[in-house]
Write a protein that binds this ligand. Sequence first.
Ligand SMILES: N[C@@H](CCC(=O)N[C@@H](CS)C(=O)NCC(=O)O)C(=O)O
Length: 255
Amino acid sequence: MATVVPQISPASVPSRFEKPTLFDVPISNNGGRCRFVIYKKNIERLVAIESPKVLGGLKSEAYLALNPQGLMPLLALPDGTSLPESQVIAAYLADKYRDEGASFDLPTPELRAKDMLVQRIHDQYIAPIQGAMYKDMEVAQRAKAIERLAFQLDVLNGLVKGPYVGGDHLGLADAALFPTLTFMRFILPQFFGWEDLFVHRQQLGHYWAAIEADPVGAKVINEIESGLESWKEAGRWEERGIMDQVAQKDYRWSF
Ligand SMILES: N[C@@H](CCC(=O)N[C@@H](CS)C(=O)NCC(=O)O)C(=O)O
């Protein structure tokens, strides 16, 4: 049930939400990071999840008033606070609902530093170029970004301990990483000719297997993959000329 004030016109922004409301859609990997925390903590009764469409879409006046970046996810709080940015939202949810469900707390400064490092690599070096897998882009720029994505996967493979990023303890880096790996695992072998993401990256493979075996991890993976399947059925990679670019052998596409 929608928790926002009904009949929102583009000019009217709800000033209050009945309960914390995450604006997001199932295909979103950055949103998946926050949904994983919500589901692992079993707090769906406390935090609503809505599509940005209920406010008129990401670029509507109502949505931009809450997040001027026009991006999802966004967490709107009952006190009027707007929290954009998936890292901020996931950390807030883990902190606010510390006593509910699974814990994302890590026991040592070293594990916490490792967790922060992996989140930073994800946010600084991977998320900004993930669009190379599925957005419109000039061919040389796309090829360079795909090579950088492969490099960052190698870096992560050297950092991830297994089964989780920090070993036996689930942390917020786990929540950040696997939704984006879901995109890579779906897209890179099918459309860029990769053999398999994990064949030369075994530590990452162990991590993936642990998340996939977790019913909550599988739920988020499934939400994202369903969205990616819709893109595939709509012919996204052909229509945007991405398949034609990948056919250009002057560039290396698989790593
Ligand atoms: N740094 C932001 C990135 C947010 C982001 O790029 N979100 C994507 C969906 S995963 C989005 O809103 N895309 C819509 C657009 O670019 O218009 C975060 O971590 O939340």
